[in-house]
Design a protein around this ligand. Structure first.
Ligand code: NAD
Length: 266
């Protein structure tokens, strides 16, 4: 074994993450947990939100109180010009950091509209596609000149692409498309050292499913019984996997979709 096959421990210790991490939909839920974890890891976090400025400010406040750096910016991903509008809003909020390369981009924001195929209206179908699939595509496209060589793109998908749930068929299609985006984009951006991966959370305790899950002990018991790890998932369970993919240690992983469901229906 040559020296180059061994880790340089001093180098590992010195290698603290820096640069900017942009997280969409980061004012609550899994996005807030991702923002907070990346802030703790040393990134300057750009906390994107749609309209809840106070919640986004709260996330920024928690990151800065813990010694990190963060700022927030708003953009509605339902708008057709998402790519341009998103980065224009980012630029306005980033101040002198606006020209700094982006090291991590996490496409986390999404909506879920419940309904089997017979119940899914064209309007709901198209709206989900816009926010969950078209917006990440356009945001990444417009980000390409800003991404640092060696950057990380992480797309938040869903365990629903592996375990079928007929009642969220339209949502599942949007996440399947996000995974389909991940693979060719990883191939395309590989020469720049940029990795592109996706993470599939399982059902997690957030506002997204609070209407049927929060406080529903029967639903929670059923869900947990189907999981190898036998417990509910928390936003931090998912955030830690995203942070892993964002880390230097994940530099050799690209084009992958990582299941982070706690082993749902293995
Ligand atoms: P959440 O509803 O708490 O958060 C979603 C975020 O997306 C919010 O911050 C919201 O403001 C943002 N968003 C929605 N529409 C937007 C728009 N038009 N413009 C800008 N931002 C918009 O849900 P969550 O559970 O934290 O979900 C985070 C990610 O995890 C999503 O991609 C979701 O699909 C995925 N996921 C969640 C679960 C779960 O059980 N919670 C399971 C699998 C995957």
């Amino acid at each position: 074994m040559s020296d180059t096959d061994l880790h340089d421990v001093e180098l590992l210790n010195a290698r603290k993450p820096d640069g900017i991490a942009v997280v969409t939909g980061a004012s609550r839920g899994i996005g807030a947990a991702i923002a907070s974890r990346l802030g703790a890891d040393g990134y300057t976090v750009a906390v994107h939100y749609r309209q809840d400025a106070a919640a986004a400010a709260d996330v920024v406040g928690k990151i800065t109180a813990a010694g990190g750096t963060a700022f927030s910016f708003a953009a509605d991903l339902a708008e057709p010009d998402t790519g341009t509008a998103f980065w224009a809003s980012y630029d306005a909020a980033a101040g002198e950091l606006r020209d700094a390369p982006v090291q991590v981009l996490v496409n986390n924001a999404a909506i879920i509209v419940n309904g089997v195929i017979e119940e899914t209206t064209a309007e709901d179908f198209i709206r989900q596609q816009q926010i969950n699939t078209t917006a990440p595509f356009l945001i990444i496209q417009a980000a390409l000149p800003r991404l640092a060589d060696g950057a990380r793109v992480v797309n938040v998908s869903s365990g629903a692409t592996r375990v079928p749930i007929p009642g969220i068929i339209g949502y599942t299609m949007t996440k399947g498309a996000l995974e389909a985006l991940t693979l060719p984009l990883a191939q395309h951006l590989g020469p720049r050292g940029i990795t592109v991966n996706a993470v599939r959370p399982g059902t997690t305790d957030t506002d997204m499913n609070a209407d049927w899950l929060r406080g529903n002990s029967e639903a929670i018991t059923n869900l947990v019984a189907q999981r190898a790890l036998r417990r509910m998932g928390s936003p931090t369970d998912v955030a830690d996997v995203v942070a892993l993919l964002a880390s230097h240690d994940a530099r050799w992983i690209t084009g992958q979709t990582i299941d982070a469901t706690g082993g749902e229906r293995l």
